[in-house]
Design a protein around this ligand. Structure first.
Ligand code: SF4
Ligand code: SF4
Length: 309
């Protein structure tokens, strides 16, 4: 398991976005800090730009006005209109000259090393929104727990301002370090559970579910003791996670731990369009359709049968 903090440089962390005005990542209006890098590799990852622990370059053909300024400045000859992805990432050295001359944001860097001071400056702009809406700051990704030391120092600064904190995690971390460095500064934890079966989890997410389930058991007991919220979230991916067998196993697991509240995250096919922008090919075998209301309801019923709602 990789628990290091090598994705930080001179006490900076690789972050792909600090996004204000979010209504989707916890209570109230929130600023979300998206870390770049994840120890899992879920086939359906909705934030493919957050997976690699390295900066990247994106190219969005819909924003390109065809000025050719980028072609003139690229020192590596990595840009070519004959290339369907436009950028040859095997040649690109990420010098970002092309992004600097691009008049729009057709070419843009994905991921910047930011210091705690820089992240806090972004967060503090939104202080009035937190106060009026009962919102706060969410650390997301990618996987914030991959940046344990940086995230700990950042959360401490945020709490010093009296701001509500929430962390979204895939659960693949060293639990004792999590308890020491992150837990003391968190008000709420959103914890993703994807596939119960260890082999299925490894097949679709790159690692076994064992550590994730064990960490959840430990954390949920501590949260219950401290009256702190931990919300399990289940992504519903048709044919992969959204099966009767998998959801039933997760529901039983939660019921046994006396965790009786869950959030189901219905599949969103829009993420597929992000892949070519990052130079990745579209995945086959994944649904390109939204789930129907009846399909979502069927999944919900599996949990409510266990009194988990
Ligand atoms: S980042 Fe640099 S090397 Fe890569 S495509 Fe742009 S100009 Fe070329
Ligand atoms: S500089 Fe930007 S807008 Fe101009 S051709 Fe390159 S990608 Fe397109």
């Amino acid at each position: 398991m990789n628990h290091n903090t090598s994705h930080t440089e001179n006490d900076k962390a690789l972050i792909f976005e600090v996004k204000g005005n979010s209504l989707d990542d916890g209570p109230g209006i929130r600023t979300v800090v998206f870390f770049k890098g994840c120890p899992l590799s879920c086939l359906w990852c909705h934030n493919p730009e957050s997976k690699k622990t390295l900066p990247e370059i994106s190219f969005d053909p819909e924003k390109c006005v065809g000025c050719d300024s980028c072609l003139a400045v690229c020192p590596e000859g990595a840009l070519d209109r004959a290339n369907p992805l436009f950028v040859d990432r095997t040649r690109c050295t990420l010098c970002m000259e092309c992004a600097r001359v691009c008049p729009g944001t057709a070419l843009s860097p994905v991921g910047r090393y930011l210091s705690i001071v820089e992240v806090m400056a972004e967060i503090e702009k939104d202080l009035p929104f937190f106060q009026t809406s009962g919102g706060g700051v969410t650390l997301s990704g990618g996987e914030p727990a991959l940046f344990m030391g940086f995230a700990s120092r950042l959360l401490r600064k945020i709490k010093e301002k009296g701001i509500h904190t929430l962390l979204e995690t895939c659960g693949f971390f060293d639990c004792s370090r999590f308890m020491e460095l992150l837990y003391p500064h968190l008000d709420t934890i959103y914890y993703d559970l994807k596939l119960f079966d260890p082999d299925e989890h490894k097949r679709f997410c790159g690692v076994s579910s064992e550590t994730i389930l064990k960490n959840f058991s430990e954390l949920s007991a501590v949260c219950a003791r401290d009256n702190r919220e931990i919300l399990p979230r289940i992504p519903l991916v048709p044919g992969i996670t959204a099966t009767r067998e998998n959801l039933g196993s997760i529901a039983r697991f939660l019921k046994d731990l006396n965790v009786l509240k869950v959030a189901l995250l219905p599949y969103n096919p829009l993420w597929l369009s992000k892949l070519p922008v990052l130079g990745q090919t579209r995945r086959t075998g994944l649904s390109e359709e939204w789930m129907t209301g009846a399909e979502i309801e069927e999944c919900r019923r599996i949990f409510s049968d266990f009194r988990v709602i």
